[in-house]
Design a protein around this ligand. Structure first.
Ligand SMILES: [Zn+2]
Length: 64
């Protein structure tokens, strides 16, 4: 199994985009698992991508 690091827009309970972004680890399984790498509500993709907390967790997935 492989993981990709992607910047995803968060969805609410009814799968509507919330306008907030997080870096997430996405697996290549079907269906794919998506694991958010931080608990912030970043207002931009760039902010999510540069998040220090998310970056720290991303290393864990990239090493597999
Ligand atoms: Zn964050």
């Amino acid at each position: 199994m492989a993981w990709w690091i992607q910047t995803l827009e968060m969805l609410d309970e009814s799968d509507k985009p919330t306008g907030t972004w997080r870096l997430a680890a996405v697996s290549d399984e079907k269906p794919a698992r998506r694991i958010p790498l931080c608990e912030c509500d970043h207002k931009t993709m760039e902010g999510a991508r540069d998040c220090e907390t998310a970056r720290k967790h991303a290393v864990h997935y990239q090493s597999r």
